[in-house]
Design a protein. Structure first.
Length: 331
């Protein structure tokens, strides 16, 4: 039985004198409402399909076709969304990761899985001071059509208001504040409550993070999916650094731009610059989308030159955190 053909009209393709609701589809794929209209205008179809039973069969076929079309459209939409995503750039984890690649490892300690990372855990309860800063990362799987990576684990760490890194910098070697792990929710989101990071010589204000496939993988650095950094907008930095406690960051930021920073400089941080809102009075919230291509090997991580807690011989460009922090390569 040949397929019914629509007739071209000035208003668009039509069949049995009725315009097709979905002109891009065949007549048989116009949906249940159109099919029933065709049945009423062509009684002979009822005879061929067996009366009411035939109508039910046709309705089922129409519904199936519509569902298939919608599923196809959804798949196409997902593929299009994934193709528009750019993978978050892989970056160094710097000399102070505490992930086991440069001396100390905080990821196997009880208490590391937490949302509020302002205070140390374990043997210390020291709290890092500074303007409240909450940052939210949304992890997406490019290979999976841009779908959220629910269950992925994210380890994040940063310097404090003085530019010091816990577990490494002079005076805070026994602290582990501003470090923590979160597991992504069904939307691929993790959120950390922190303090606004300083700007120390040679580096734009930033937050480090590593993404792992799940929480069990966090203690095995070789299983990381991505190592990257979040950058904070200049306008926000200028406002925060004008407040008490951030005085040293003012001069340091004046020597930098995102284009001259040794990490973000290759593209000006265009894919790592977080959308940030708030004020010094209530704190700031930063959000960043983190697309990951799970089909490729991560190229970031591994502190350059082995810059370590004793000052080391970290090579490569970069600065060093102020106030007695150890030297190293890129932070």
């Amino acid at each position: 039985m040949s397929k019914p053909k629509p007739r071209r009209t000035p208003e668009g393709p039509a069949y049995q004198g009725r315009l097709l609701p979905h002109p891009e589809e065949e007549v048989v794929d116009q949906g249940l409402g159109f099919d029933l209209g065709t049945l009423h205008s062509r009684r002979r179809v009822l005879g061929l399909l067996g009366g009411a039973g035939g109508m039910a069969a046709l309705a089922a076929c129409g519904s199936g076709s519509t569902s298939a079309n919608r599923a196809s459209a959804s798949a196409s939409s997902s593929a299009s969304a994934a193709s528009s995503l750019t993978e978050i750039p892989d970056e160094t984890n710097g000399p102070y990761p505490a992930d086991g690649t440069n001396g100390v490892n905080v990821l196997d300690k009880d208490g590391i899985v937490r949302q509020d990372i302002r205070s140390s855990f374990g043997d210390s309860s020291t709290t890092a001071q500074g303007i409240p800063f909450t940052f939210e990362l949304t992890v997406l799987d490019i290979v999976g059509g841009g779908e959220p990576m629910a269950g992925a684990a994210v380890y994040a760490w940063q310097c404090d208001r003085d530019g010091k890194y816990s577990l490494y910098s002079e005076g805070v070697e026994s602290e582990n504040y501003l470090r923590g792990v979160q597991v992504a929710d069904s939307q691929g989101r993790v959120r950390f409550v922190s303090v606004f990071p300083a700007c120390y010589p040679g580096r734009w204000p930033h937050v480090h993070f590593e993404v792992y496939p799940d929480l069990d993988s966090v203690t095995d650095y070789d299983k990381r999916l991505s190592t990257s950094q979040l950058a904070v907008p200049k306008k926000v930095c200028d406002t925060v650094f004008a407040t008490a406690g951030y005085e040293s960051s003012v001069a340091n930021l004046a020597q930098l731009t995102l284009k001259t920073d040794n990490v973000f400089g290759d593209d000006g941080g265009v894919h790592q610059l977080a959308a940030t809102t708030g004020s010094p009075e209530v704190g700031y919230t930063a959000t960043l989308t983190v697309p990951i291509d799970t089909s490729t090997e991560p190229t970031g991580g591994d502190a350059p030159g082995g810059g370590g807690p004793e000052g080391g011989s970290g090579g490569g460009p970069g600065g060093q955190p102020p106030s007695g922090a150890p030297t190293g390569g890129q932070q």
